[in-house]
Write a new protein. Structure first.
Lengths: 342, 304
């Protein structure tokens, strides 16, 4: 009995290792075979992995759909910009920053960690209120949270630059840095999912009443998972800023919320493998459609999709996946070395 | 210039638009637990149906040139047709999917509609003039109010009354209410699911068309992105009104309209850009105080 339990624990740990290996192979292939623009696409994909796996820590384990995580992403992205930009530039573009921030010129790694911590702290405060709600009301409240963050960041002229973009961020987040963070996120997500809190939370996802009758404090575990989740989405935000070099509040609103949730649902909301699969599949699909829109050469003729076809096709493919496999591509199963009974 | 009646008319007309959009979302949620994110795009689609398809900056009216008596029924049926088509092609195949999967596919559908409009009409907002004479101000109880605001308020009331009569007095209305209350039970008692759901989508699409006409007249702009904001507000109104409760959706729509006009009027000048942040904070507070919604129906309470 103890033997099988041990085996199951081991086989559960094979999931994150396998997933990281897949990410590694993906990054290696893209770096070796592709040009510069493909390497940039790999970095974007790894940032999305960080974000979506971070999102999964909350959504996948609690079963509550959150529209608010793009807000945590914005908080992380701007925090890293405040900490790392050159003081002269901040004096010019963001004149109302507090003196401590205005003079800060941190190294990028501690800045990314602190950005994640700030997002986690905001999650603790906002989650303390929002997570008293359940079901669809909780989802709406996260939506309201996103709208609040967006309004504040796109109107606070002297601190966030409002709708004019913040420019000049150090572009250090290449595919390997982002791969590193994506791996850390996958490990942390697997660790959380198999921790006592993660198990309790998933019990409450399956049956709220039964879980609370067994003494599980659902509110507390949801809050813990939201804080962990917001940390990684905050880091993803910081990486996002440092991969493009430009920040604008509208990059952290409905568009990113939609595409990341779509990745999670297409991959399969119930499993960590699903989160990673969804990001990889949709990212590869988007990239190849974008390339086809630019034109693919077959011998002498160049075939190109009409402009705008890429977005329409992505939408159609997503609808088809959801119709044919409503539980996502992985159907809630994990990738494991041994097929343990789930 | 009399400020209070002015505010009142502003609040009522903005609230009216929100209420109609919220009704469109609540109708569908009631019968199939679908949060239809494509609703905002139905509105945008109807606005663009008014003009000739082209990517030029100057819009040439197409349907919009027709006299109102022809235009209104045609546009209402276009709205209904789009909604019914989306049910037929997408949501009909997802009857057994989870609400989350349906919600995401409605999001994806909205994305498809939006980008199709983008491909046909281009991304620049276009100036359009639909019934410009309606924007001439008339003076009522000391406030100068555009005629349109009064029409909006009256239209909303008319729509709500008609809908209420439809739901209370006709057979399909009865079936819809039964389905909203308990869908499985209604089916067991012989209510035809497809008829009810198609009916709900048609009504919802027609409501979207009505909102589209009002917005086109009021703003004079056709913008690809016009559906997003109103969809968000309508969606929130549906929830704080109590999901599944149609009177709740209307009341909450008016409430949000009133709150945003009042905040706009009374916030100190430097805080005014942050109006929406205050508005959404109020939304969270309202949810915390009454999570089941301000006007929740009895069936919305979870049974343990």
């Amino acid at each position: 009995m103890a033997q099988t339990h041990k085996q199951k624990r081991l086989s559960a740990w094979s999931t994150p290792v396998l997933l990281i290996l897949i990410l590694l192979v993906f990054t290696l292939l893209v770096t070796m075979l592709g040009d510069k623009s493909l390497a940039r696409m790999a970095a974007q994909t790894m940032i999305r992995v960080t974000f979506v796996v971070g999102l999964w820590v909350f959504v996948g384990n609690s079963g509550v759909v959150s529209f608010g995580h793009a807000g945590y992403m914005a908080i992380g992205a701007y925090c890293s910009a405040w900490l790392t930009l050159k003081p002269q530039m901040k004096g010019l573009f963001l004149p109302d920053l507090w003196p401590f921030l205005a003079n800060a010129e941190w190294h990028v790694l501690p800045a990314a960690v602190v950005s994640g911590l700030l997002a986690a702290f905001v999650a603790l405060v906002s989650g303390a209120a929002i997570l008293r709600l359940t079901g669809i009301a909780a989802s709406i409240a996260t939506f309201a949270f996103l709208a609040i963050v967006y309004t504040v960041y796109s109107s606070w002229e002297g601190v966030t630059g409002a709708t004019s973009s913040v420019v000049g961020l150090a572009r250090y987040a290449d595919q390997w840095v982002t791969f590193g963070w994506a791996s850390v996120t996958v490990l942390a997500a697997a660790w959380y999912a198999s921790s006592a809190s993660g198990l309790a939370l998933r019990a409450s996802r399956e049956d709220e009443v039964a879980a609370s009758a067994s003494g599980i404090n659902m509110y507390r575990h949801r809050l813990i998972s939201l804080v962990v989740s917001a940390f990684f989405t905050g880091v993803a935000g910081a990486l996002f800023g440092h991969s493009l070099g430009v920040l604008n509040p509208s990059s952290f609103y409905l568009g990113v919320t939609f595409i990341t949730l779509a990745m999670l649902v297409v991959g399969g909301i119930g499993s960590l493998t699903g989160a990673v699969t969804g990001v990889l599949v949709l990212s590869i699909m988007i990239e190849s459609l974008v390339r086809m829109e630019r034109g693919v050469e077959f011998g002498e003729t160049t075939l190109a999709l009409p402009t705008g076809a890429q977005e329409i096709l992505i939408g159609v493919i997503m609808i088809l996946v959801l119709i044919l496999r409503p539980a996502g591509l992985t159907g809630g199963r994990e990738l494991r070395l041994r097929i343990g009974g789930r | 210039m009399n400020a209070i009646p002015q505010l009142f008319f502003d609040a009522m007309s903005l609230g009216g638009i929100y209420a109609m959009a919220a009704l469109g979302i609540a109708l569908i949620f009631g019968v199939m637990n679908l949060v239809n994110f494509a609703h905002g795009e139905y509105i945008a689609f109807c606005v663009f149906a008014l003009i000739v398809p082209s990517t030029d900056a100057v819009a040439v009216m197409f349907l919009g040139k027709a006299p109102a008596i022809v235009l209104i029924p045609i546009l209402l049926s276009i709205g209904a047709a789009v909604a019914v088509a989306s049910e037929f092609f997408v949501f009909r195949h997802m009857r057994n999917a989870t609400p989350v999967a349906m919600m995401i596919s409605s999001f994806a559908l909205g994305f498809v509609i939006q980008n199709s409009l983008l491909a046909v009409y281009g991304s620049r907002p276009k100036a359009i003039s639909l019934w410009p004479e309606l924007n001439t101000p008339v003076s009522i109880v000391g406030a100068s109010v555009p005629l349109l605001q009064i029409i909006v308020i009256l239209t909303t009331l008319a729509v709500v009354v008609t809908l209420a009569l439809l739901l209370k007095k006709t057979k399909i209305g009865l079936e819809m209410r039964a389905a909203a209350e308990n869908f499985t039970m209604a089916r067991l008692l012989g209510v035809k699911a497809n008829v009810v759901i198609t009916g709900a989508f048609a009504l919802s699409g027609a409501l979207a068309a009505a909102v589209a006409m009002i917005m086109a007249t009021q703003t004079g702009v056709a913008d690809i992105r016009m559906g997003g904001q109103i969809m968000l507000v309508a969606f929130i109104a549906t929830v704080i009104g109590g999901l599944g409760s149609l009177p709740g959706a209307v009341a909450a729509g008016f409430l949000i309209g009133a709150a945003s006009v009042i905040l706009q009027g009374f916030l100190p000048l430097e805080a005014r850009p942050f109006r929406d942040a205050f508005l959404y904070t109020l939304v969270i507070v309202s949810l915390l105080l009454r999570p089941q919604g301000l006007f929740a129906s009895n069936s919305a309470k979870p049974r343990v």
